[in-house]
Design a protein around this ligand. Structure first.
Ligand code: ZN
Length: 314
């Protein structure tokens, strides 16, 4: 018991250095019945486990810190992380990370914003990439009409060419997914109808997770009717994201997954800072609250959904 108290005290002191949490808040947490969780750290008994089904651990903001970040996620009960590729090099780095860390898995593919750098036909490269046993899906792939060439001085015809190229690259990757029986991580921004129209002919062979879902409840319903899933980021914790919470509340418990999209979209109270997989903890709390279920129930449901969706995630 004495040793436990010393350990507990030591963790508190460490936390005090790492976060700006005051002694008073720490003591307050200490008194709570549930296990206190402060800034990516869990003190005391184990909390229910969660997975981060979408993070970009290969991005420059994590360089040289991957081990710390993965460790902090594990301490927070985040036992699996799917790190997502956005083009060839990024996908190769995702595979490397999956090789280095037991709880890290990779998705590989070309993000729509990176379609101009993709080979004319991505299928052969993609088929090679997915052979690695820790590749659990193809992604992220899709359609993005939010960032277009005209936003940075390009012409309308460049926009049209860019949009057409996105469609070709998206379709090629869906074809590989359909042929090899893999599921896909779908990115869409400001292009829901276009994206769904291209995805739909593949929906009998490929399931997709429409990640970072912020569309209305009806859109979520259309995705689910195709046998696919939606996943939610830290956006659901933002004060002004009432509509996202409304959509979240409309989704059946077994049709959703949790993700950070780290290093982006840190949840409250880390909003504006670098996001990391440990922050699934804060996201899980808001999702559980919004759905009116306890954390244990959310943990079981979302982890089972992710294991069924991602090949070899267990
Ligand atoms: Zn992403």
């Amino acid at each position: 018991m004495g040793l436990l108290i010393v350990l507990f005290f030591g963790v508190e002191l460490k936390l005090l250095k790492e976060t700006s949490t005051s002694w008073a808040e720490l003591k307050e947490n200490d008194k709570r019945e549930e296990t206190p969780y402060i800034g990516g750290q869990v003190i005391g008994q184990a909390m229910p486990e969660f997975y981060d089904t979408h993070a970009h651990l290969d991005f420059p903001s994590f360089r040289e810190e991957e081990e710390i970040v993965v460790g902090r996620a594990a301490d927070a009960g985040i036992s699996r992380i799917v790190t997502i590729g956005t083009e060839l090099e990024s996908s190769l780095r995702a595979i490397d990370l999956a090789k280095r860390f037991e709880g890290v898995f990779a998705a590989v593919g070309w993000h729509p914003s990176d379609c101009l750098g993709a080979p004319e036909d991505v299928r052969a490269d993609l088929e090679r990439l997915v052979k690695h046993p820790k590749v659990v899906a193809i992604g992220e792939i899709g359609i993005d009409h939010y960032r277009l060439p005209s936003m940075s001085g390009g012409s309308v015809s460049e926009d049209e060419a860019f949009k057409a190229r996105q469609i070709t690259v998206f379709r090629q990757q869906l074809e590989v997914a359909a042929t090899l029986g893999l599921n896909v991580v779908v990115h869409q921004r400001a292009a829901f109808d276009t994206c769904l129209a291209i995805f739909e002919p593949f929906a009998d062979r490929v399931r997709g997770v429409f990640h970072c879902f912020v569309n209305e409840p009806l859109a979520a319903q259309r995705v689910i009717e195709l046998g696919s899933l939606v996943s939610f980021t830290g956006i659901c914790t933002y004060k002004n994201a009432g509509e996202v919470r409304e959509t979240l509340a409309s989704v059946p418990l077994d049709k959703l997954m949790l993700e950070t999209d780290a290093p982006f979209l840190a949840p409250v109270p880390f909003r504006g800072k670098r996001c990391e997989p440990a922050h699934v903890r804060e996201i899980s709390q808001m999702v559980a609250e919004t759905l009116g279920v306890d954390l244990e129930v959310l943990s079981k449901a979302t982890c089972a959904t992710a294991r069924a969706f991602f090949r070899g995630l267990d």
